[in-house]
Write a new protein. Structure first.
Length: 93
């Protein structure tokens, strides 16, 4: 189980990867369609990276049905089983 980064770290990693992997300069003489496609490419790249990272986090997270009963009870006492499942379900949508 890899550690889940904080929201700020998560955003920083995604945006720095987007900056490194996509073009970064728009010149004055570009047509509006070229500028639009430039930003659409950046947005789609960022979206796919978010999707990949969140999918990895969700698939690695332990399922309550597969966890030892002691740990399932501990999660229920400390965090509430229903709240845990609801939070993971909201991430999954």
């Amino acid at each position: 189980l890899t550690p889940v980064p904080s929201a700020k770290d998560f955003i920083d990693v995604i945006l720095s990867k987007t900056q490194r992997k996509t073009p970064t300069v728009v010149h004055k003489g570009y047509k509006i369609s070229r500028i639009r496609s430039f930003y659409i490419r950046k947005v789609k790249f960022t979206q796919s990276n978010y999707h990949e990272r969140l999918t990895v986090i969700l698939t690695e997270f332990p399922r309550l049905e597969e966890v030892h009963p002691f740990y399932a009870d501990l999660i229920n006492v400390l965090y509430s089983r229903d709240h845990y499942k609801l939070a993971l379900g909201q991430l999954n949508t």
